[in-house]
Design a protein around this ligand. Sequence first.
Ligand SMILES: Cc1cc2nc3c(=O)[nH]c(=O)nc-3n(C[C@H](O)[C@H](O)[C@H](O)COP(=O)(O)OP(=O)(O)OC[C@H]3O[C@@H](n4cnc5c(N)ncnc54)[C@H](O)[C@@H]3O)c2cc1C
Length: 507
Amino acid sequence: MTTQDVLVLGGGTAGFLAALALKKELPPHIGVRVLHSSKIGTIGVGEGSLRQLPEFLHSYLGIDARRFFAEVQPTWKLGIRFRWGAGADFDYSFTPQVCVTHPHPDLSRPLGFYCFDNLREHSVTSVLMDNEHAFLRAPDGSPLMEGNYGYHMDNRKLAAFLERYALEQGIELLDDEVREVSADADGVRTLALASGQSVRADLFVDCSGFRSLLLGDTLGEPFVSYRSSLFCDRAVIGGWQRTQEPVRPYTVSETMDCGWCWQIEHEDRINRGYVYASDFISDEDAEAEFRAKNPHITDTAMVRFRSGRYRRAWVKNVVAIGNSAGFVEPLEATAIAAICSAAKMLAQTLAQAGDCAVRDSNRDIFNRYNERSWDTIADFLAVHYRFNTRMDNAFWRSCVNEVDLRGAQPIVDYYRDNGPCNHWQLILEDPLCRFRLDGYYTLLLGQGVAHAQLDTPSARERDAFAQLQKATVQYAARGVGVTEALGAVRGEHWQWRPQHFGVNPGI
Ligand SMILES: Cc1cc2nc3c(=O)[nH]c(=O)nc-3n(C[C@H](O)[C@H](O)[C@H](O)COP(=O)(O)OP(=O)(O)OC[C@H]3O[C@@H](n4cnc5c(N)ncnc54)[C@H](O)[C@@H]3O)c2cc1C
C-alpha cells in the first residue's frame, strides 16, 4: 500500500504532535490533515512531561522555545518527589542518581550502595529540588539552564498552541464530528461527518483519545489490560490559584488511602489529582478525602480510565497514537513521551519506506515497539505499588500482596541478591524502558526494599560517601528558582540550548 494522503483523527496532544512529525518527515506532496471536533474537545489533563517533550518540541520539530514559553507558559520539572513508602521522602529525577559510579578512589561501587538511608544529598538534582531551585546559578548570576528537565504545562494551552503551530506548517484542519465509519477487508474507507461531508484517506492515524474510534471501535482490536498490576481506574482532579506558595520545580506524588495524589505546578495555579481504585473507595469518599487534604480546591472533575494497551497499534491502514493506543495512570507522567516517540517512529517509518509504502514488516515492527513501549511503563509502575508500605489498609495490602510485577520481576530478584549493581545492565534493562535500571533502583531504594549487600560498605567508603554528600549540598546551594528562571527566559537575550546528561557536574 502506498500512502498519498494521511488523515489524523483527533486534535489533542497526540493528534497534533503526530501530524507535526508526519509533516516534518513526509515529502511535501503527501497531504497531512487533522480532523477533530471542537464540540467534543480534548481530555484536558496531561500536565507533566518527561524530558522527551522539550527535546521533541525544540530539537526535533524546531519549535522556538522563547515562543513556546510565551504562549504555553510551562514551568520546569526536574523529576518527582515521592511521599511514598514507609521511609523518608525521596526523589526520582530525570538525571541518573544511583547506578552511577563516582571517580573517588574510595567509592568503587555504584552510588546506590551507599545511600539506602538518604537518597537525596548525593545528587545535584535532588539538592536543587530540596532547595526549590530549577537550575544551578552560573558565575554571572544567571540560571545555568542545563541538565535534564521536562515541563509542567496546562494541557489545553498546549493543544491550542499545537493547533496554531500546525496551521502555520501547512497542516489542513477540519473541525467536524465523525458520525459513522465504513470499513472493509483493507481497513477504514470513509468517515461520515456530522456536516454531511465524508472523508477518505490512505492512512488514518487514530488519535481520538479513550474512544479509540478507528482501532478499537471500528476494527475491534482486542485490549490487553494491566489490571493485575495497576488497580486504579479513576481520578478526581482539582486545583486553586497560587498565592504565596513557591513554584516547585518538580511534581509531588503522595500516597492516599486508595491510590495516590499528584501536585503539579503552574506559574499561576496549583493542580492536584487523586488517582484511585473504584473497587476500594466510592467516588464520594475519594472526593471527600481529596478535599479534606486540599482545602483550597475549588471545582473538581472526575475522569475514568482503564490501564492497558491495544494488542496491536497498527492494523491495516489505521495506526493509533496516544490514549487511543494505550494508557497507564500518570504516576510517572509518561503518556506524552510515549506519544512523541510513537509519532516520530511512525513518521520516520513512512519516510524511509520509498513512496511511503507500508509493508507488513513495518506494521509488525511498529507493533512490537508499541507493545514494549507501554509494557515497560506498566512494569515500572508495578514496583511503585508492590513495595509501598506507608498505609495499612485493604487497598495497600492488596497492592503489596497481589500486584503482578510483570517484566520487573527479574530486576527485583537481581537487586535483592546483589544490591543496586549495574554489572548486568545490558541484560536487565530493556533499551525501550524510559526509566533505565537507575530508575528501578531509585524506586526500590526509596521504598526501603532491603538487599543482601546492605552491610557491605566499609567505614572508609561510608566516610567518602558522607564527604560526597557534603560537597554536593555545597555545590548545589546557589541555585535559581522557577520564578527567577522564567524572568530570564522572558529576557531579550535568552536562547534554548539542547539538554545534556550530567551527573554531579563539577564535583
Ligand atoms: C487523570 C489523567 C492524568 C494524566 N496526566 C498526564 C501527565 O501528567 N502526563 C502525561 O504525559 N500524560 C498524562 N495523561 C495522559 C494525557 O491526557 C494524554 O496522553 C494526552 O493528553 C493525549 O491525549 P489524546 O490526544 O490521546 O486524547 P484527547 O486529548 O482526548 O484528544 C482526542 C481528540 O479526538 C477528537 N475526537 C474524539 N472523537 C471524535 C469524533 N467522533 N469526531 C471528531 N473528533 C473526535 C477530540 O475532539 C479530540 O480532539 C493523563 C491522563 C489522565 C486520564
